[in-house]
Design a protein around this ligand. Structure first.
Ligand code: UDP
Length: 235
């Protein structure tokens, strides 16, 4: 495509290409799916197209609500033009309902409501398996200052305040989700993607998973679930 330069980085679900402007990059969304620190691999047909469109909708919504993001424009089915940022190597997880690793680690009941929502930090490091860390660990490793961590927590809660009711209006419970932030001109902005790969979404009518848990747990009807999320978010 015109204006797209060499590949700068390839991750598990996306590739990043240079754009015509040096302060911008193109995110290309792949169909590749991984789970359990990439021990499980597979393909979810058209996942890239769906995650690109869902992320576009959610980034635009967040921008309208005053949350700065790296989103600039969706270029094609699988390509999104974004601001170039320096990613903060912290996965910021927000939880409204007990599920996944939280249920396992603390022995809590899956489905229990968490109010107010909690925020967790994971150090983004494949070799270490993205460990759960606290503020002191991140400060010790010079990953983030207390002020940056306060801001990450605050931004994550603001994103939740926007997204939780947005999904509820579309009959989906936003159980939990993972965010990544980047630094651009000395400012923290939301980056990466927000999609059924990075959120747990439960159908409010049936309680069924409509997200990557269907892949993680071999629940079947994965493509159908992703398509349904797209329909409800963008339809
Ligand atoms: N998550 C993610 N990428 C990761 C780990 C988690 O997008 O590398 C998302 C996951 O989809 C869920 C939330 O973060 O919506 C919380 O995940 P959890 O800690 O429960 O871990 P999991 O059970 O997914 O391994």
């Amino acid at each position: 495509m015109d204006g797209i330069g060499p590949m700068l980085y390839e991750g598990k679900a996306k590739k990043i290409f240079a754009a015509s402007r040096p302060d911008q990059v193109v995110q290309y969304f792949k169909d590749d799916a991984t789970a359990f620190n990439a021990e499980k691999r597979g393909t979810i047909i058209d996942k890239g197209v769906i995650n690109n469109k869902v992320s576009e909708r959610l980034f635009k919504l967040l921008e309208e609500r005053g949350v700065s993001t790296h989103f600039l424009e969706r270029l094609s089915e699988r390509e999104m033009l974004t601001r170039k940022v320096t990613i903060v190597p912290v996965e910021v997880v927000v939880r409204n309902v007990v599920a996944g690793s939280l249920a396992k680690r603390l022995g809590l009941q899956v489905g229990e409501a968490i109010e107010p929502a909690i925020v967790e930090f994971y150090y983004k490091n494949d070799a270490l398996g993205d460990p759960l860390v606290n503020d002191d660990h991140l400060r010790l490793m010079n990953v983030a200052t207390p002020a940056v961590l306060r801001e990450l927590r605050d931004l994550a809660q603001r994103v939740n305040v926007v997204l939780k009711p947005f999904f509820a209006e579309r009959k989906m419970q936003l159980v939990d989700f993972k965010l990544e932030f980047g630094v651009c001109h000395n400012k923290l902005i939301l980056a990466d993607e927000i999609s059924p790969d990075t959120c747990r979404l439960w159908d409010m009518a049936t309680g069924e998973s409509m997200d990557k848990d269907r892949f993680r747990k071999d629940m079947g009807k994965i493509e159908e679930a992703y398509q349904e999320v797209l329909r409800r978010v963008c339809g």
